[in-house]
Design a protein around this ligand. Structure first.
Ligand SMILES: Nc1ncnc2c1ncn2[C@@H]1O[C@H](COP(=O)(O)OP(=O)(O)OP(=O)(O)O)[C@@H](O)[C@H]1O
Ligand SMILES: [Mg+2]
Length: 383
């Protein structure tokens, strides 16, 4: 196949365009041949609507969808070369599982022996060999979901769309299957768009992840870039667990960032001397920003132990929890509540004063008005 392109695609549900529900707005993205892209976003943000428009089960209100230079908008689903696993499974009740999976292949006149081999392969992959002779109504949700996924994976279509393909499975099986599915997709060079609520799943499966919110694409980037270079405040707060610490702040006339707490008072300040040219240009006095730092980039230690970080603020340890493989520390710094994560068990007691190190290289700065990223570390965000 060639790449999939969506060009300013919008979806409005309802009889009259003006009065309807705007489910997807001006969505533009390009997915390369063989690429695996995850759509990640909260419930109702337009993920399923996007997949259904690509597959042809919903009309496109505005914009254009293409595979290579083939325009899909007006083609019926069967002529698009797109296979989809639906959120609600949509299995054929009168057909046995085996026949549900084989249906599309037989319709495409694939020889029976080859169909049988492909069905057996995918059944083994998804651990549903034991139910091939059953009917859909006798299966659990997780089994039905895997059958729906199997049916989409065997198709060998130009494009595979998977809507929450593993949401019903228990965590262990999900972790095993997503590794296998990833291998399968790569081995068969399958161009894939999948939907998920689960960040770990998105990161584990996808080459790139599209973050959607309220019908709009926020950022399409590699998992690493989403964490290190979030395009805006929404992506910064949405991606990452625990989420990025974010505080409103303002640059003062002494070249320092004044961080503001919930009571709208100054909580602590970060002296920008030595922060570099990009910071000096962007962080001019009076500029209103949001300051962000990821929990695992904050270091917490006893008072007075300076580990060489560029900025150190005095705080109070509110909580210290060892989770078996990492510690989560809750800290109050001048009325700002922040979370730090350490991969060691930290020997600090709650209600103790602590010093909190915030390296320049870990700071993210966003504009307070339009919420776009300005700086990642002390480098310009667009670089
Ligand atoms: N057939 C429909 N008619 C009217 N509105 C719809 C229809 N389908 C979806 N919507 C609305 O469009 C918006 C996007 O829905 P969509 O199903 O695409 O979200 P989603 O991101 O897949 O959510 P979830 O994670 O809950 O599956 C929602 O506000 C939803 O209520
Ligand atoms: Mg959905």
């Amino acid at each position: 196949m060639a790449s999939l392109s969506l060009d300013k695609v919008s979806k409005i549900y309802g009889p009259r365009r003006q009065a309807g529900v705007l489910a997807v707005r001006d969505l533009t993205m390009r997915i390369d041949d063989g690429e695996i892209v995850g759509l990640l976003g909260s419930s109702g943000c337009g993920k399923t609507s996007t997949l259904r428009m690509i597959a042809g089960f919903e009309s496109v209100t505005q914009g254009e969808i293409r595979i290579g230079d083939r325009r899909l908008n007006d083609l019926p689903p069967a002529q698009r070369g797109v296979a989809m696993a639906f959120e609600g499974y949509a299995l054929y009740p009168p057909l046995r599982i085996e026949d549900n999976i084989a249906f599309g292949l037989l319709r495409a006149r694939m020889p029976k022996a080859e169909v049988a081999r492909k069905v057996a392969d995918v059944a083994r992959l998804l651990e549903i060999e034991n139910i091939l002779g059953s009917y859909p109504s006798t299966l659990s949700g997780g089994q039905q979901q895997r059958v729906s996924l199997a049916r989409a994976l065997v198709r060998g279509a130009d494009l595979h769309l998977l809507d929450e393909p593993m949401s019903q499975l228990e965590p262990q099986l999900r972790a095993i299957l997503r590794a296998r599915i990833k291998d399968y997709l790569i081995e068969h060079k399958m161009t894939t768009v999948f939907v998920t609520h689960d960040q770990t799943e998105a990161i584990a499966l996808a080459d790139r992840i599209a973050i959607m919110e309220a019908g709009e694409l926020q950022q399409l980037a590699s998992p690493e870039d989403l964490k290190e270079k979030p395009a805006n405040l929404f992506v910064a707060s949405f991606v990452g667990e625990p989420p990025m610490n974010l505080f409103p702040a303002e640059v003062d006339s002494n070249n320092a960032i004044q961080v503001i707490n919930r009571a709208d008072e100054k909580a602590f300040s970060i002296d920008l001397d030595g922060a570099g040219d990009a910071a000096a240009q962007i962080l001019h006095p009076g500029r209103k920003i949001h300051l962000g730092i990821r929990p695992h980039r904050i270091r917490v230690g006893p008072v007075g132990v300076n580990d060489g970080a560029n900025a150190v603020a005095r705080g109070m340890l509110l909580s210290n929890q060892w989770l078996g493989d990492q510690s989560h520390l809750g800290i109050n710094v001048g009325g700002c509540f922040m979370i730090a994560v350490s991969d060691r068990d930290v020997a600090l007691r709650t209600d103790e004063a602590v010093d909190v190190s915030l390296p320049f290289g870990a700071l993210h700065v966003f504009d307070r008005d339009d919420e776009r990223a300005l700086l990642h570390g002390m480098s310009p965000a667009e670089a």
